[in-house]
Design a protein around this ligand. Structure first.
Ligand code: AKG
Length: 284
């Protein structure tokens, strides 16, 4: 497994070159953002998540938990993260109601399905939708805690493979394993990737280690096919309702009920200043 190249890393504690990062993102499909929040903030976020997930077998927090917390929302409106996103997507951005906090999620190789097979994105173009994930523990070689990616896979192939069976996932793994990169994120780092990029959770190879937590959301350019993306999210909610769901995940049902007024004024004002459009159902 390869290591992350230094061009894929933006370290806010050092000098940064966002033009070079953009080139690297367009070519490889991902970046690692370091130095986003303090150790103290990481501790606070983990403690909050421990309370939210306490005694529950859910993999994702309720979206209503997420929007009730300025601690979480302040990451979505974080200036460093959005400075990078604007460099990649343009000066006005969209965010969506699929804001989520996750515990112990370990997904096999996949592309988030809205972004495969020309459903929502034009596969010829540069990135239009970016997945953003903050990991709240170091990515450990035995316990996981971050993600692995296949650099350049966002441009090379259309991976029509969401919710695949284990054997399909293993077949993909056989095809790509020589190209896999383990992103060596540490607690508080953010990984951003083109929605079309093939990725998986860095696997947990053995029991132990700290609980894995992450906060995840989607950002797009203002011109993106946002209506189609919202329809996709809504359809996922319906699908999840209709199947016996081994990975029950309430966020897809809940996100169609979320309203602008569920978000704090602090957050709404901050994103307005940053020219970030909160794109909910019925947004224009
Ligand atoms: O956070 C992770 O481990 C990866 C999650 C993921 O790939 C996804 O939700 O699409």
């Amino acid at each position: 497994m390869d290591e992350v190249s230094k061009n894929n890393v933006i370290d806010f504690d050092k000098e940064i070159n966002l033009l070079r990062s953009r080139e690297c993102f367009n070519e490889t499909g991902f970046l690692l953002l370091r130095g986003i929040i303090t150790q103290e903030k990481i501790k606070k976020l983990r403690s909050r998540l421990e309370i939210i997930f306490d005694g529950s077998s859910r993999l994702s927090a309720s979206i209503f938990d997420f929007v009730a917390e300025d601690n979480f929302l302040s990451l979505v409106s974080n200036e460093k993260i959005n400075r990078v996103l604007k460099q990649l997507l343009g000066k006005s951005l969209r965010i969506y109601p699929n804001l989520t906090a996750r515990k112990a999620t370990f997904s096999p190789w996949h592309v988030d399905d809205a972004f495969s097979g020309n459903k929502v994105v034009n596969n010829e173009s540069n990135s239009q939708f970016i997945q953003v994930s903050m990991f709240l523990q170091d990515n450990h070689y035995k316990y996981g805690g971050g993600i692995d990616v296949i650099p350049k896979s966002h441009l090379e192939e259309t991976w029509q493979i969401q919710e695949q069976s284990l054997s399909e996932s293993l077949e993909i793994f056989r095809r790509v394993r020589n190209k896999s990169v383990n992103i060596d994120s540490v607690a508080g780092d953010v990984v951003i990737w083109d929605g079309r990029l093939l990725h998986r959770s860095s696997p947990k190879l053995t029991e132990g280690g700290v609980d894995k937590y992450s906060l995840m959301w989607t950002v797009s350019s203002i011109q993106s096919n946002h209506k189609e993306f919202l329809t996709h999210l809504e359809n996922r909610g319906k699908l999840k309702e209709s199947i016996e769901n081994r990975l029950y995940d309430a966020r897809y049902q809940e996100l169609t009920h979320i309203k602008r007024s569920d978000f704090s004024n602090f957050f709404l004002e901050k994103i307005k200043k940053l020219d970030i459009n909160l794109t909910l159902k019925d947004s224009s």
